[in-house]
Design a protein around this ligand. Structure first.
Ligand code: PEP
Ligand code: MN
Length: 340
């Protein structure tokens, strides 16, 4: 339910109303727009008498929200959310800030991640990505460097200043991620509907959460998963379109659903980024799909980059070399300039 507050209503009266609603076991999100304040009510609103609420002198109107997602709904928060990292590291994400997250699929060694961090930064990336805990289809494949991989990412961050994005697969690692001050915790496509994990990352507010779309997930399922995180207290959620499984598998690994970008941007105030690497599975398609993502209105891209893709321990075929990444960055900047 959305309560539109009249212009000029006193803070005291608004706070009184918020308290009254909270006493009815509702979560109340207050959004102060340029002209009016909006109260978004989350929870069971059946007990609320809509007519009574509408008749209050500070209330302009009351409307139901038919969507099942609430906290992430644009109706609750008409302006785009801008996520400022807890650590104070730059950049912010969303609301016109463009995120360029780049790095290897997996952290493989000190030499690899330190050298790559420098190269992607020089090319224009503003986040370093890399998996330390890897969700692999086969248990016999490289599973990631684990805690040591996190330490190497921290070292790369110290050297370059770039904030880290890295995947959390299991609740048991959450404390370690917090201890290492991981800036953005990625919830991967295989865990998008791991609700217990979503609840726990929602209970902490130190790290922002990058939530990937599920392997065959719908847009609504993605929003409902974001809702799990937000309903537990962490509002800093970034949505990521990373391709979904369709009938096509001869020529692309997944089908990158770029229409999800404008659909999500219309439905939610959360930042939306695109991962064309997992979205296509092919390095040669990453540049065109990165540019298409920008044209579609994405708030950022996440691109896998490896110093020697042929020897990568995971996702080599979809990884750009640092040189190709630098070429892509030139085109990204030109397109962003043309679009502004
Ligand atoms: C990754 O980013 O390396 C990854 C495993 O992503 P996804 O969950 O989208 O497959
Ligand atoms: Mn990968």
């Amino acid at each position: 339910m959305i309560v539109l507050i009249k212009q000029g209503a006193s803070e005291e009266k608004i706070n009184h109303l918020v308290k009254w609603l909270e006493d009815k076991s509702l979560i109340v999100r207050k959004f102060d727009g340029q002209e009016q304040s909006v109260l978004g009510l989350i929870g069971n609103t059946n007990a609320i008498d809509k007519d009574m609420l509408s008749s209050l002198d500070i209330v302009d109107s009351v409307a139901d929200t038919p969507e099942t997602f609430k906290a992430s709904s644009k109706k609750m928060h008409p302006d785009d959310t801008i996520i400022n990292l807890h650590s104070g590291r730059q950049p912010a994400i969303g609301g016109g800030n463009f995120a360029i997250m780049a790095g290897p699929c997996s952290v493989e060694s000190r030499e690899q991640i330190i050298a790559l961090a420098d190269e992607i930064k020089t090319a224009g990336a503003n986040f370093i990505r890399g998996g330390a805990f890897k969700p692999r289809t086969s248990p016999y494949d490289f599973q990631g460097m684990g805690a040591e991989g996190l330490d190497l990412l921290v070292e790369a961050r110290e050297k370059t200043g770039l904030p880290i994005v890295t995947e959390l697969m299991d609740l048991r690692q959450l404390d370690l991620f917090i201890e290492k001050d991981i800036d953005v915790i990625q919830i991967g496509a295989r865990n998008t509907q791991n609700y217990d994990l979503l609840k726990e990352v929602g209970k902490q507010t130190k790290a922002a959460i990058l939530l990937k779309r599920g392997l065959a997930g719908t847009i609504k399922e993605l929003l409902m998963s974001a809702e799990y995180i937000m309903a537990n207290g962490n509002e800093n959620v970034i949505l990521c379109e990373r391709g979904i499984r369709t009938y096509e598998h001869d020529y692309t690994r997944n089908t990158l659903d770029l229409s999800a970008v404008p659909v999500l941007k219309a439905l939610t105030h959360l930042p939306v980024i695109v991962d064309p690497s997992h979205g296509t599975g092919r390095a040669d398609l990453v540049p065109s799909m990165s540019l298409a993502a920008i044209a579609a209105g994405a708030d950022g891209i996440m691109v896998e980059v490896h110093n020697n893709p042929a020897k990568a321990l995971s996702d080599g075929p979809q990884s750009l070399t640092p040189e190709k990444f630098a070429e892509l960055m030139v085109r990204v900047n030109k397109l962003r300039e043309a679009m502004s």
